[in-house]
Design a protein around this ligand. Structure first.
Ligand code: PBG
Length: 323
């Protein structure tokens, strides 16, 4: 009761505020997404993601070493595949000398301690821009899962520590887990995009990889953003099938889902602050409407507060530099 209790007492100085703060950020919280392109000496800015780049494999080495120096411990690799290598079966995704496989090897050689995570989904390899094999306008589930399992194995063989299926097909975690076990990759971690919503926030990412769906949308496999309980059902199933880390995606508009999962599951939860979230802040800051760094920190802390153990973020490097 006032004045015995005054809420403002613990806010009187920066030191006191630091001492009683409940959440903080550290380099250990982050996963750094990296976009990789074919070619040499390429560092090209993604138009809808100002300040974020695609790198050719030869330039990955310097980039990854500099991330490691900052204390960052995980990268999540995505590749931009030339149209000529795209088909409806993900053939190129299984090429042991493909771009992803080369990128994995390069990062592992540059910094062996860096945790290498890989995106497992067909969309960058798909002539239809879909995460699965297409037949008469429909996305085939089980046929896709077979390819995804081979793709995950190929990433593990190239040296990936963590495979991250982002496709939302049913049963893919079990099939990937079985395939890894059968091939003695018993330590390969599966980080499942378990609650991934069909979202408009992925727009800039699809520019980055030239992977926008050629027809329709992804609503028959990614989740309906009107649903909350379904996120728990999806996530619990993925854990039963063998996922070690689960994920909520996008981030900021789905903090309730992160909190729901945090209360129900005990495995680490990753949040993905996606490309559209990055683009929104960059655009508002460029207009002088919002303070970039302040909003960046505030949003990232909100993921921790909601219950995320890890955050995949295009702001990882900038944030760690500020800490
Ligand atoms: C592809 C994939 C997407 C993202 C990560 N993996 C796009 C999509 O599902 O269409 C989005 C990441 C982002 O927007 O930052 N399976």
């Amino acid at each position: 009761m006032y004045p015995i209790q005054r809420n403002r007492r613990l806010r009187t100085s920066p030191s006191l505020r630091d001492l009683v703060s409940e959440y903080s950020l550290s380099p250990n919280d982050f996963i750094v997404p990296l976009f990789v392109v074919d070619g040499k000496q390429i560092k090209e800015e993604i138009p809808s993601m100002p300040g974020y780049y695609r790198y050719s494999v030869d330039l990955l080495t310097t980039q990854v070493k500099s991330l490691w120096k900052l204390g960052l411990k995980a990268v999540l690799l995505f590749v931009k595949v030339p149209d000529s290598l795209k088909d409806n079966k993900g053939t190129e995704a299984l090429n042991p000398k493909g771009l992803m496989q080369k990128a994995i090897q390069t990062v592992k050689e540059a910094v062996p301690e860096m945790v290498v995570m890989t995106d497992v989904a067909l969309d960058p390899y798909s002539s239809f821009g879909h995460d699965g094999i297409v037949q008469e306008g429909r996305i085939l589930n089980d046929e896709t899962v077979d390819v995804l399992a081979k793709m995950a194995l190929s990433h593990a063989q190239a040296g990936a520590d963590v495979v991250a299926p982002s496709d939302m097909m049913d049963g893919r975690i079990l099939k990937i887990r079985e395939t890894l076990e059968e091939n003695s990759f018993t330590d390969t971690v599966i980080m499942s995009y378990s609650a991934k919503y069909a979202s408009g926030f992925y727009g800039p990412f699809r520019d980055a990889l030239d992977s926008a769906p050629g027809f329709g949308d992804k609503k028959t496999y990614q989740m309906d953003f009107s649903n909350r309980k379904e996120a728990l059902v999806e996530t619990q199933r993925d854990i039963k099938e063998g996922a070690d880390i689960v994920m909520v995606k996008p981030g900021l508009a789905y903090l309730d889902i992160i909190r729901d999962l945090r209360e129900e599951v005990s495995v680490p939860i990753a949040a993905y602050q996606v490309s559209g979230e990055y683009a929104m802040l960059k655009a508002a800051a460029a207009k002088g409407w919002l303070d970039h760094d302040q909003i960046m920190m505030e949003q990232l802390i909100s993921f921790k507060r909601a219950g995320a153990s890890l955050i995949a973020s295009y702001f990882a490097e900038a944030t760690v530099k500020l800490l």
